[in-house]
Design a protein around this ligand. Structure first.
Ligand code: SAM
Length: 277
């Protein structure tokens, strides 16, 4: 499978620096425990996001049979170096419904990296996972991507299984800083589409480094390139995810939804989808 999503290049470029240079963006121990509540040895767990190392390690320590999916080969390879041979890896873009979930069931053609093995005869997410996890992944998309990603993630869950996807509501603290500077410069419309409730830092590339706060010791130019490369991202309004889940759910499937708060991370919630049918 080849990845055509331009956002993948931003993650490839930052790569292992995401966690190797003192930046701790992953979920803390209490959040990991919430994600993994009820997991028993042998449970089939899919984690989307190879950068979420703490959660991958916690799932393996709980005895899960872990599959990690990511659209960044660099991050998958870096995770495999940190947890050699312990998880299976699948290169996949969860927003790509060209290959994902044709007919609502199967993601075809997951390319498997060194250390991984082919899933179920070459297919990927087969609707057979007990638990599907993603840490603040849903905040990385525009709305149309988000619907497709929810379809992929929820589609990987078996009947009786769950998806747990953390998310942040509203604008990030960082957005407020960037939008304030854009407004001061008379450039607000370029970085904030208020009607769509989308932010895009790319038009702020020339001055972004001056207002971004540090992430560990990642060089500012690398951070600027990362945010610029991530492009446009939708911010979530209260209640919006429930509507998007309905939009993303294929006919014949049913999910119960809950939105507990994430312990130790006051700004974050967990979208918990339990597959009923
Ligand atoms: C899950 S998000 C959030 C990171 C998390 N809070 C952490 O600290 O690790 C980042 C990860 O998701 C991956 N990712 C982003 N968009 C993706 C997509 N469309 N399909 C698959 N993986 C994606 C990135 O490559 C990265 O490894």
């Amino acid at each position: 499978m080849s990845i055509t999503n331009a956002k993948a290049a931003a993650w490839d470029r930052l790569g292992g620096d995401y966690w190797n240079r003192g930046y701790d963006g992953g979920p803390g121990p209490a959040a990991c425990a919430q994600y993994l509540d009820g997991v028993t040895p042998g449970a089939r767990v899919l984690l989307v996001g190879a950068s979420t190392v703490a959660l991958a390690r916690a799932a393996l320590d709980a005895g899960a049979e872990l599959v990690v999916a990511d659209f960044s080969p660099v991050l998958l390879a870096a995770l495999d170096r940190l947890l050699p041979g312990r998880a299976r890896h699948v290169l996949a873009d969860v927003t790509d419904t060209g290959t994902a979930l044709a007919g609502g069931t199967v993601l075809a053609g997951g390319t498997v990296l060194a250390g991984g093995t082919v899933l179920d005869g070459g297919t990927g997410f087969d609707g057979g996972f007990d638990l599907v996890l993603a840490d603040r992944l849903v905040n990385r998309f525009v709305r149309a991507e988000l619907v497709r990603a929810l379809r992929t993630l929820a589609g990987a869950v078996r009947v009786g299984g769950r998806a747990r996807l953390s998310y942040r509501l509203g604008l990030y603290e960082r957005d407020h800083v960037v939008l304030a500077e854009a407004a001061r410069r008379g450039e607000l419309d370029a970085v904030f589409d208020e009607a769509a409730y989308d932010v895009d830092y790319a038009p702020a590339a020339a001055w972004l480094g001056a207002v971004l706060s540090r992430h560990g010791d990642i060089p500012t130019e690398a951070l600027v390139a990362f945010y610029v490369g991530r492009g446009r991202e939708h911010r979530l309004r209260p209640g919006e995810l429930d509507d998007l889940v309905v939009e993303a759910t294929p006919a014949g499937r049913r999910f119960a939804t809950a939105h507990p708060r994430v312990p130790g991370q006051p700004d974050d919630h967990l979208l918990e989808l339990t597959r009923l049918a």
